[in-house]
Design a protein around this ligand. Sequence first.
Ligand code: NAD
Length: 490
Amino acid sequence: MREFKLFIDGEYCDAASGETYESINPANGEVIASIAKGGAEDVARACEAAQAAFDGEWGAMTSAERGSILARAAEILTERLDEFAELETLDVGKTITDSVNIDVPAAVSYLQWYAEVTDAAVGETIPIPNAGQVDFSLYQPYGVIGAIAPWNFPLFLGMLKIGPALATGNSVIMKPASITSTTTSLVCECFAEAGLPAGALNVVTGPGSVVGEAIVTDPHVGKVFFTGSTEVGRRVIELSAQNITNTSMELGGKSPNIIFADADFEQAVAGAVFGLLLNNGQNCIAATRLLVERPIYDDLCAAVADKLSSLVVGDPMDEATQLGSIVSQEQFDKVMRYIEIGKEEGATVACGGKVPEVPGCEKGWFIEPTLFTDATNEMRVAREEIFGPVLVAIPFEDEEDAVRLANDTPYGLGSGVFTTNADRAQRMVRAIQSGTVYVNTYNQVYPQSPFPGWKQSGTGVERGMHGLLENVRYKNVIMDISGEPIPWFG
Ligand code: NAD
């Protein structure tokens, strides 16, 4: 069995307690690895190592040197793409096709892009009404960044935190989700081989309530980037009050996908299906509320149900598989419970809702993609984040009604609008309360594109240039060049 250890101060090591736990392949229930179960003592050591790296060799490097290390790490990850993709699939249950074509390449693309912009956080000169003084600003790294990631895109979400943090000269202590820790532990090899100084990147695996809380409250940590559920995010914000630690929070969602009757029908069906099913619906921005203009509601729902029913749910390692397994038994139970709740609430199961037979994976946690019709926005299945392959279709009457339904949610992460009317698209993108709006597409991800969360979907912005700036602190400098004493003391 493979073993994955903590990575502290440039070396793999056991947890101080010596404890480990098992990582399970959700497609067949087999144990794939033993993972070091870190604790508060390990976090403290990692944070000290991170601070020492920042105060030492790593902090002294130029932006060009940092960029070449990030670029080299991206190259090494690319050379090892198949190995990382296979491990990600075994750990998360996502299809090997997605791991090879989406997860690992996306992780690489973030390292590559941030490698190019290591010196882009530039300050400004500020005009002041005193010719004897200059006012300018600087952006400087926090020192030690704490990064906490969820289980759905472990490597990709890890690299989009590590990339900009290292690019701007910070050291990092990273905690992946305990159930999907393998690739984040392994990727430290790529950084070490690329020449990253010891301590600049540390990975501590283990339970969130112990390792995560220790990171958020460690006095070395200047900023925390958290991606996960709104519930745990709330706890992280509470804990961050202890040291008044800055946080960027990327939280949950219940994103609407709004289909107008004037939309291109085929494009809308594809958008509804892909909007839901990237990563089997275990996607923060998944478009789980399908709002459809009344005249096309029945036809569109029928076409979406046909498409969902035609998808191949199977062994994630099989290239023919389009939907793999759910990440864990706990998540499987949660999704199945919501399917029952939807039925009890009076929604109609237009397709799916059952556990499919997957030959060779009898012990895996698979769920048929499910469409609820005859649903209302008041139902729990339309209000609460299910985080699985479950779509809830709700009819709307007109543009105003669509905006009302779209915004009637505590979340504000993503949204989609399908229309061929450019005026309407412009009105909708302004009216919808979400950090990202897709028009006639969905689930597109680029390193350049910022990803903010509105309302209870988060604070701050990750990715893109805005994401880079979240890794640096703003400093204003007023400098006298007149040589004169301050008049009051004159
Ligand atoms: P989670 O909130 O349960 O866990 C997220 C991380 O926090 C994990 O590493 C976990 O170990 C850690 N953690 C748990 N308790 C903690 C505590 N008390 N203090 C500090 N850390 C703690 O989320 P999850 O189940 O891993 O992931 C699914 C959730 O993540 C969904 O709600 C999804 O919408 C969200 N998500 C958001 C984005 C985004 O960019 N907005 C992206 C992906 C996932």
